[in-house]
Write a protein that binds this ligand. Structure first.
Ligand code: PGA
Length: 247
C-alpha cells in the first residue's frame, strides 16, 4: 500500500455532475485538504469523462480513483475501459463489485475478482465492495452472504487491496446498521480476507455520523456516495478522521 494508509475517505461520485461541477467539487476538496489537519487518505472517484479534469483540479494531495474497469488488459470491448488506461491517466484506485454494478449489470463476484486481478496487474488498488440485501439480512443470512462474496471476489494473491462493506439496504437510504452490527460484520470479513486488508464501511455515511462510524472497531475508513457530492459534507467527513483513536 506504500503511499496510502488508513483512515481512507473515498468519495464515489457515481454518474453525477458536469465537467464544471466536478472541477468545482474537486477544487473545494483540494482547498480543504491543503488547510486541514489530519492524516487521512482521501480518494475521489468521478465518472470516466471527468477523471482527467478532476485529476488536474485535485493537485497531488487527494488521490484519484475510478468506479469500474474491464477484466481484460485490452481488446474488442466496446464501451469498456481497461485498468491500464486508468493507471495511465493517474488513477491509483478503482471501485469494483459495487452493488449497483452487481444489481444493474448482473456483475458476479467472479467478475469482480477478475477485474481486481486486472487492476492489481496494472498497479491500481482495487476497492472491492460486498454487502447483503435487506431480504438476506432479514433471513439471518447476512454473514453467510458477505463471507461468500469476500471469498469469491478477492483474488488469491495478497497484493494491496481494500474491501468495503456496503449493506445494499443502507446505500442511499439514510439507514445505517448499528455500530455492533458493523463491528461484527467487519470482524467476519477480516477473518475471510487476507491479513491486514483495510475494510471500509459504506452506506449513508455523512458528516453527522462519520465520527461515530470511524470509531467502530475494524473500520479503516468510509466509502461515501451521496454526501461526497456536497463539499461541506465530504470535508466534514474528512474532518471526522481527526477525532479517531489510532487504528
Ligand atoms: P451512499 O452510497 O453514501 O449514498 O449511501 C454509498 C455507495 O454507494 O458507495
Amino acid at each position: 500500500m506504500q503511499d496510502f494508509h488508513p483512515p481512507f475517505i473515498v468519495g464515489n461520485w457515481k454518474m453525477h455532475g458536469s465537467v464544471s461541477s466536478a472541477i468545482a467539487l474537486a477544487g473545494a476538496i483540494r482547498r480543504y485538504g491543503e488547510q486541514a489537519p489530519g492524516n487521512a487518505t482521501v480518494v475521489v472517484c468521478p465518472s470516466f469523462p471527468h477523471l482527467v479534469p478532476v485529476r488536474d483540479a485535485l493537485g497531488g494531495k487527494v488521490a484519484l480513483g475510478a468506479q469500474d474497469c474491464h477484466e481484460k488488459p485490452e481488446g474488442a470491448h466496446t464501451g469498456d475501459v481497461s485498468a491500464q488506461m486508468l493507471k495511465d491517466i493517474g488513477a491509483r484506485f478503482v471501485i469494483l463489485g459495487h452493488s449497483e454494478r452487481r444489481t444493474h449489470h448482473g456483475e458476479t463476484s467472479g467478475q469482480a475478482r477478475a477485474k481486481a486481478k486486472a487492476a492489481l496487474a496494472a498497479g491500481l488498488i482495487p476497492i472491492i465492495c460486498v454487502g447483503e440485501t435487506l431480504q438476506e439480512r432479514e433471513a439471518g443470512r447476512a454473514k453467510e452472504v458477505v463471507e461468500h462474496q469476500v471469498t469469491a471476489s478477492v483474488p488469491e494473491e495478497e497484493k494491496p487491496m481494500i474491501l468495503a462493506y456496503e449493506p445494499v439496504w443502507a446505500i442511499g437510504s439514510g439507514l445505517t446498521p448499528s455500530g455492533s452490527d458493523i463491528a461484527a460484520m467487519h470482524a467476519c470479513i477480516q477473518k475471510t480476507a487476507p491479513d491486514g486488508t483495510p475494510i471500509l464501511y459504506g452506506g449513508s455515511v455523512k458528516a453527522a455520523n462519520a465520527a461515530e462510524i470511524l470509531e467502530i472497531s475494524g473500520v479503516a475508513g468510509v466509502l461515501v456516495g451521496g454526501a461526497s457530492l456536497k463539499p461541506e459534507e465530504f470535508c466534514g467527513i474528512i474532518a471526522a478522521t481527526t477525532l479517531m483513536k489510532a487504528l
